[in-house]
Design a protein around this ligand. Structure first.
Ligand code: AR6
Length: 175
């Protein structure tokens, strides 16, 4: 499809009220953790963990969807990123996260989705490589999307924002 907007912003994934869905950098059990998973579960409240129980465990690259509960977003899409150096092939598994999350949002008829930098925290994925994979996968999946129109990449640090913006610019987009 023609008109997919991809943007990079600095911020907290749990504070993106204008997005219909946000992505959780989950663990296999879909339980609250640190980083992104901690922020999402604490904002959503305990009902999110209860819904997650019936969907777990998930495998690296997989995505599942739940409600957002106390979050400002109606939906959360939970992805399990690869642990860098452990889950192989890591680039393919990380790409699968972005692709599967986008396809799931699209199947639900959602128009917007916000991603954190999956796997680049506790799971140790180098941010430059992760940014290239994220941008390339979003761009290559774009033509299959029928309802998703806006993709936001939410980066926690200044440095990560610069890296993702550079990857997006190198890929021929602005943001
Ligand atoms: N909003 C946006 N980005 C954030 C936030 C936030 N609130 N908090 C951290 N980041 P991580 P992973 C950045 O560790 O590597 C969890 O405990 C962070 O700086 O959340 O996929 C789960 O339970 C980093 O750049 O996810 C799993 O066990 C990026 O988000 C495991 O960690 C991802 O960091 C998942 O590890």
């Amino acid at each position: 499809m023609a008109d997919l907007t991809i943007e990079c912003v600095q911020g907290d994934i749990a504070s993106q009220p204008d997005m219909e869905s946000i992505v959780n950098a989950a663990n296999a059990r879909l339980m609250p953790g640190s980083g992104v998973a901690g922020a999402i579960h604490s904002a959503a409240g305990p009902e999110l963990a209860r819904e997650c129980e019936s969907l777990a465990p998930i495998a690296p690259g997989q995505a599942v969807i739940t409600g957002g509960y106390g979050l400002p977003n109606p939906y959360v899409i939970h992805c399990l990123g690869p642990v860098y150096g452990v889950d192989e092939p890591s680039a393919e598994l990380l790409g699968n996260c972005y692709r599967n999350a986008l396809m799931l949002a699209d199947q639900k008829g959602l128009t917007s989705i916000a991603f954190p930098a999956i796997s680049t925290g506790v799971f140790g994925y180098p941010v430059e490589e992760a940014a290239r994979i994220a941008v390339a996968t979003i761009q290559s999946t774009a033509r299959e999307l029928t309802s998703v129109r806006r993709v936001r990449l939410v980066l926690f640090s200044d440095h990560d924002l610069t890296v993702f913006r550079n990857a997006l610019n190198a890929g021929g987009n602005s943001g």
